[in-house]
Design a protein around this ligand. Structure first.
Ligand code: IPM
Ligand code: MG
Length: 355
């Protein structure tokens, strides 16, 4: 009996997680899998209820579960708290670190039905299918930080640190992933300026020797940002460090129509965490306007990576595609002539096709 911990979090988090649960239950009925769900507090919701964004009880439940589905954390209400109490710095980042989730996979796939929802021309985006492998527990996010006064002026510092072993383990994961795809890894860095990038490149070069069947190319991050809109179909696996990955994944999501479609899997530890790549969208929270598909597709990734349920994962992906084919659209991907639906209606439609 797979034990799934739900961490709905803040903003639109609760609305979108409910829809993914609906879909998982439908999959469970169709394939006779008895998913067991537990829910816990995280982020601003936890801070409001118990005074800390990552309660110990939540952490214990994480360790005791087989997989975690997270909605989103953060919002203006908690923006002025000290970093350790903020939903991002006090909950999401420590959660990634404590669970050892060093790899964040963000598949960027264009559903043919949404080719016109993309801001790029159909001939530029059609056939788009790549995955970004983002390092998730190192770099600027976790390096030493400091804020100090020097000669009467305040200054601040973040540090980008990577050890060879951190680079190697994520690099290996990218190569292995490429072997199951089109056998190409684009390692993205800023080796013309950053020392950490020079180490990154050297480690990747050496590791590449173990994978002669996979093409390895290096690309500067600024060029990659440009190539993503110029000719995105050139990519198969994009591998990069934490901050570059944060930025490039948001950019990539728009190619497929909306960030509301970008799923993610954070893996590498004993228990993996699945979450949509978008944020808590406080401006539309509670209004049933959010697109639940990124969370639903994250649930599909959970079936694939945590439970090895490939057929079931594909069934969810096929159902999502079918609903889009039938013309149903949440506001973020609405186009003239299509059928507008709410968050819950979208979830019902996907679940309805599954069982
Ligand atoms: C993401 C988000 C987070 C990040 C924020 C909420 C801390 O933007 O998952 O991409 O920067 O990693
Ligand atoms: Mg981000």
């Amino acid at each position: 009996m797979p034990k799934i911990l739900l961490l709905p979090g803040d903003g639109i988090g609760p609305e979108i997680v409910s829809e993914a649960v609906k879909v998982l239950k439908a999959v469970g009925r169709r394939f006779q899998i008895d998913f067991h769900f537990t829910e816990a507090l995280v982020g601003g919701a936890a801070y409001d209820a118990v005074g800390v964004p990552l309660p110990d009880q939540t952490l214990q439940l994480c360790y005791a579960s087989d997989a975690i589905l997270l909605g989103a954390v953060g919002g203006p209400k908690w923006d002025n708290l000290p970093m350790a109490l903020r939903p991002e710095g006090g909950a999401l980042l420590p959660l990634r670190k404590k669970l050892g989730l060093y790899a964040n996979l963000r598949p960027v796939v264009l559903f043919p039905e949404l080719v016109d929802a993309s801001p790029l021309k159909p001939e530029v985006v059609s056939g788009l299918d790549f995955v970004i492998v983002r390092e998730l527990t190192g770099g600027l996010y976790f390096g030493p930080k400091k804020r100090e006064f020097v000669e009467g002026e305040e200054r601040a510092m973040d540090t980008m640190i990577y050890s060879a072993s951190e680079i190697e383990r994520i690099g290996r994961l990218a190569f292995e992933m490429a072997r199951k795809r089109r056998r190409k890894v684009t390692s993205v860095d800023k080796a013309n300026v950053l020392e950490s990038s020079r180490l990154w490149r050297a480690v990747m070069e050496k590791l590449g020797e173990e994978y002669p069947d996979v093409e390895l190319e290096h690309m500067y991050v600024d060029n990659c940002a440009m190539q993503l809109i110029r000719r995105p179909v050139q990519f198969d696996v994009i591998l990069t460090e934490n901050t570059f990955g944060d930025i490039l994944t948001d950019e990539s999501s728009v190619l497929t129509g909306s960030i509301g479609l970008l799923a993610s899997a954070s893996i590498g530890g004993k228990v993996a965490l699945y979450e949509p790549a978008h944020g808590s969208a406080p401006d539309i929270a509670g209004q049933q306007k959010a697109n639940p598909l990124a969370t639903i597709l994250s649930a599909a990734l959970m079936l694939r990576y945590s439970f090895n349920l490939e057929e079931e994962a594909r069934a969810i992906e096929a159902a999502v595609r079918e609903v889009l084919k039938q013309g149903y659209r949440t506001p973020d991907i609405m186009e003239p002539g299509k059928k507008p639906v709410t968050t819950a209606e979208m979830g019902d439609l996907v679940a309805g096709l599954l069982g």
